[in-house]
Write a protein that binds this ligand. Structure first.
Ligand SMILES: Cc1cc2nc3c(=O)[nH]c(=O)nc-3n(C[C@H](O)[C@H](O)[C@H](O)COP(=O)(O)O)c2cc1C
Length: 210
């Protein structure tokens, strides 16, 4: 018999369908690996930063970029008030920064700017030193998104950092290590062409947390 939360097996090959609830959506989306950013706004004492993976490059003409921020997050009113934000795309050696800026106990203001370590961008938003890229936006529009708000930004500045570093990846609630797998015929070296890049996600559950 199907449980309360399942609707029973059907012929789709997916096993039991689950009732759509927050846990079900979270479980499905945890199977969708994403990069990780720290989104920031405000200078000095007004600085705020928050780890975010609900970010999206929306349009190239005009250049538009979107971030989804929970209504209760400290960053939410700050983006509205300041009218700009920056998204620093984290590198694979920045798991600690991701954890810090996802923690409700983290500092705001100058402490946050110091932790990020990258000074201020053109908009005035603090940047994360060591990020592989930074996208800075002026706030163009705000849309309701349930318990989140969707901040649509006009991209005004883009910076690339050390792109030889890999991206920090979030998957199944953790930060897996991504390795390039050598193909048959290659002499054991990393294959760094885009086509030859066979990305393998290794679950890092047993990896010691920092
Ligand atoms: C990898 C990762 C991605 C996240 N992405 C988002 C996001 O896109 N939007 C959001 O509102 N919160 C996101 N969060 C949660 C916030 O970082 C976290 O809840 C933060 O504490 C919220 O800010 P607050 O402490 O001011 O409430 C994410 C957390 C993690 C670990």
């Amino acid at each position: 018999m199907p449980s309360d939360k399942t609707r029973g097996a059907d012929n789709t090959g997916f096993g039991e369908a689950r009732e759509a609830d927050p846990d079900a959506l979270r479980a499905a989306m945890s199977q969708f690996p994403t990069g990780v950013t720290v989104v920031t706004s405000g200078r000095e004492e007004r600085a705020e930063g928050m780890t975010a993976n609900a970010v999206l490059s929306v349009s190239l003409d005009p250049l538009l970029f979107l971030v989804s921020v929970h209504k209760d997050a400290r960053l939410n009113p700050r983006i509205r008030e300041e009218g700009y934000f920056a998204a620093s795309i984290l590198a694979d050696d920045q798991e600690g920064l991701s954890r810090l800026f996802a923690s409700p106990e983290r500092s705001s203001g100058l402490h946050a700017v110091h932790s990020l370590g990258g000074g201020y961008g053109t908009t005035g938003a603090p940047l994360a030193a060591g990020a592989i890229a930074v996208i800075e936006c002026e706030l163009e529009a705000t849309y309701p998104g349930g318990d989140h708000d969707l901040f649509l930004g006009r991209v005004v500045e883009v910076r690339l950092g050390d792109t030889r570093k890999g991206p920090l990846v979030f998957h199944e609630g953790d930060y897996p290590i991504i390795k390039a797998a050598p193909r048959a015929g290659d002499t054991g070296a990393f294959v760094d062409s885009v086509r030859g890049f066979d990305v393998r996600i290794q679950r890092a559950r047993d990896r010691r947390r920092r």
